[in-house]
Design a protein around this ligand. Structure first.
Ligand SMILES: NC(=O)c1ccc[n+]([C@@H]2O[C@H](COP(=O)([O-])OP(=O)(O)OC[C@H]3O[C@@H](n4cnc5c(N)ncnc54)[C@H](O)[C@@H]3O)[C@@H](O)[C@H]2O)c1
Ligand SMILES: O=P(O)(O)OC[C@H](O)CO
Length: 332
């Protein structure tokens, strides 16, 4: 049987993990495009991504390149795995290299600052009209890359493409469900990162299990309120992309967003944390996007508002705690 070449664009942790999953499918030849040429060279030699996912061996079948044209030549599908704020600029040079009908699935969880675009909206505007999909859910790259069981959801612009993504990615350890709600899946993936920062701040302050569980529960209410106001199906937030990913991100030792929040809670500044690692915490820019969009639309998001005030306005975690706990009481 002829194999299908699939290009993963983005050599961070998630792009690398996606390549390892696709490598298990005998009908797929994965090629991983890595932005940094020196990292691509090192990965070809060591078969590891020492910068972003050091503990995961990369199967020999995965082609690794930093050459854009070579990466996307004759591909049947693209996988976008670039942090949301870099997506537009990263994809522009690919626009004249990829065929007009080539479908693309995003594993990106964020909302672009200023434009408020979801990842698939960016992809459509930069690459032109084509089938698009978003695959989200509890899927830390560190665990996926080691073949620990994980389940995710894919939503697409058409059912046929969702089924194709499901078929390409499903393995005996990576289970892909379909979902018809593209808007909801993308908002769920982006907003859980904001709440994970809140959960991490709670950890850093030593607030305990009650506080964190309340933040997660009321955070899910905020995610649903925001998503529904912008056209999502509320049921999506009860699924893998919603509560599923929210739980894993708020509790995981792997989570960059929860870990980022923990450091804020312990007293480090935004800039200190950003300067300390090449890894991207999507919840930071997404907090700004979600907060601004919510204010402009009159959507009440108290937790998001306090995270934005801590990150961008110098409010202290203790002041934010007081602000959240001393609001007028209401019904659930
Ligand atoms: N890491 C995970 O477990 C995981 C799981 C599911 C989804 N995601 C999502 O996947 C997306 C990619 O995240 P990741 O974890 O792979 O990233 P990462 O933090 O592991 O790597 C950073 C990535 O950003 C790129 N980058 C850095 N500076 C850049 C610049 N100036 N211009 C363009 N690109 C630049 C790097 O090349 C690298 O690909 C995010 O939206 C994330 O939310 C991540
Ligand atoms: O490490 P985080 O916080 O970016 O979370 C990664 C994934 O989104 C978890 O599903």
């Amino acid at each position: 049987m002829a194999t299908r070449r699939i290009a993963i664009l983005g050599g961070g942790a998630m792009g690398t993990a996606c390549a390892t999953v696709l490598a298990e499918n005998d009908e797929v030849r994965p090629v991983l495009w890595v932005r940094e040429p020196e990292l691509a060279d090192a990965m070809q030699t060591s078969r590891r991504n020492e910068r972003y996912l050091p503990d995961v061996p990369i199967p020999d079948v995965v082609e690794i390149t930093s050459d854009r044209a070579a990466a996307v030549a004759d591909v049947a599908m693209l996988v976008a795995a670039v942090p949301s704020q870099f997506l537009s600029a990263t994809m522009k040079p690919f626009a004249e290299l990829v065929s007009p009908e080539c479908p693309i699935v995003s594993v990106i969880k964020g909302i672009e600052i200023g434009t408020f675009r979801r990842p698939t909206e960016i992809l459509l505007q930069v690459l032109g009209e084509r089938p698009v999909a978003s695959m989200c859910g509890p899927s830390h790259a560190e665990e996926v890359g080691l073949r620990l069981p994980a389940s995710v959801v894919v939503a697409a612009s058409d059912d046929q493409f969702a089924a194709q993504v499901q078929q390409d990615f499903t393995t005996d350890r990576f289970r892909v469900y379909t979902n018809p709600d593209l808007v909801g899946v993308e908002f769920a993936g982006a907003l859980k990162n904001v709440i994970a920062i809140a959960a991490g701040i709670s950890d850093g302050l030593g607030y305990g299990d009650n506080a964190k569980s309340a933040l997660i529960t009321r955070g899910l209410v905020e995610i649903g309120r925001f998503g529904q106001s912008l056209g999502a199906d509320p049921e999506t937030f009860a699924g893998l992309a919603g509560i599923g990913d929210l739980m894993t991100t708020c509790f995981s030792r792997h989570s960059r967003n929860r870990g980022f929040g923990e450091r804020i809670g312990r007293g480090e500044t935004l800039q200190q944390i950003l300067d300390s690692t090449p890894k991207v915490a999507e919840g930071v820019p997404t907090t700004r996007s979600v907060h601004e969009l919510a204010v402009s639309r009159g959507i009440d998001l108290p937790i998001t508002r306090e995270i934005a005030a801590m990150l961008f306005e110098g409010k202290s975690p203790l002041e934010a705690t007081d602000a959240l706990m001393n609001r007028p009481v209401g019904s659930e």
